[in-house]
Design a protein around this ligand. Sequence first.
Ligand code: NAP
Ligand code: HSE
Length: 432
Amino acid sequence: VTDSKTIGIGLLGLGGVGSGVARVLTEKGEQLTATAGAKLVLRRVLVRDLTKERDFPLPANLLTTDLDDVLADPSIDILVEVLGGQTPANEYILRAVSAGKHVVTANKDVMARYGPAILEAAAEQGVQVLYEASVGGGTPIIGPLQRDLAANEIIAVNGIVNGTTNYILTRMAHDGVDFAEALKEAQDLGYAEPDPTNDVEGIDAAYKLAVLASLAFQAPIVDTDVYHEGITSLTARDFLYGRELGYTIKLMAMARRDDHGIEARVHPVLIPVDTMIAKVDGVLNAVEVETDLAGKVLFHGQGAGAMPTTSAILADVITITKGQMERPGTTAVAPTTGETSVKPMADVETKYYIRMNIAERPGVLAQITRVFGDLQISIASVIQKEIDFKALRAEIVIVTNRARESSIQNALQDLAALEVVLEIGTMIRVED
Ligand code: NAP
Ligand code: HSE
């Protein structure tokens, strides 16, 4: 740090979150100074376009389009990276670390892929890279995993970490709205991006789970280790049938370590309606951490938005300023101690809900249940939902007992090959 009373901050990016950070640094300066024990001063801001109108306009002399202006400024101690995307943000963070700057980032895309390398570089350089805002927006989850639960062995981290999809699923569950309409609403409300792929395909949640799982299991788990599946094939019928069975559907990010290894997966899940996670609705996020000493701990709150995200970013800035972290670099990832391999999805075991349309005639169910029996999959229930006697077709829902994913995938293939199976609708995993 430059002197004991002032910490210089460089901001990379002046979009929604960057403007929030600039605003709060300016408007809550006195309170932040009192808390941090040093004056936090915004020294330089990297933008792409000097003339663009900003949510929180700043004096022109603070803006630059040249990263070197920020890196070379000796009065800047901490860089706040809020550019988004993997590149060039990952390179900029590494360059900042090499230049001896501490970094605070909200970027899960970067931390999920390059986090282990960045944290290693930071440790070598003796600077900190903190990233509370990268998961859960304003809801603390990284700090608790790094510090407050440090005496625990983490057994599992399960949660809803994508607000956009949780909003869509809530509308589908409570109001019978179909996916396309709920997505359009989410876009109109500014929750979903014009290109919603990262959210609705579970990619954003997989990034966040990689970050959480790395911390929880002290292993360098990256986004490509995390299985992900989105919510686009869910229908209003699945919510209806799920409810009849006592479940709701959530896009869950789930990581677990047991004697057989680490699981890390993101996909829609039928969960019992009376669980706390099932009650997390709208754009809110919630992460439940299962531990050996503290039991289950639930973190719940706003997972996005400029101000909640700014809250997490400035907490990291204050942490660095106060020098509260014990080790140089960060305590976030200890790649040497943990298992690094994540189980293939094919080895995961859970229960399954399968909805399909079948021919309505004698002996059809026997053919279908034989497929499951031949693969040693035990069926928990078969419910015939609708029969169209004219078209001679029926809709059924099968719920299995615990089975291996690879067996279920084989069953789905064998079922699709049966002449009596007209269409396989949806397969949703069930977690009790
Ligand atoms: P945003 O509104 O798109 O802002 C990003 C800003 O960075 C834009 O102003 C963009 O400039 C600028 N930028 C991008 N690449 C640049 C480059 N190479 N040089 C200079 N400027 C560049 O995004 P945001 O919502 O603020 O999100 C920022 C970060 O916070 C992302 O990593 C995001 O995942 C994370 N985050 C956001 C939220 C949230 O609620 N928004 C929550 C948690 C985490 P242009 O305007 O010229 O494109
Ligand atoms: N797109 C994310 C969400 C917010 O919907 O939760 C930023 O992480």
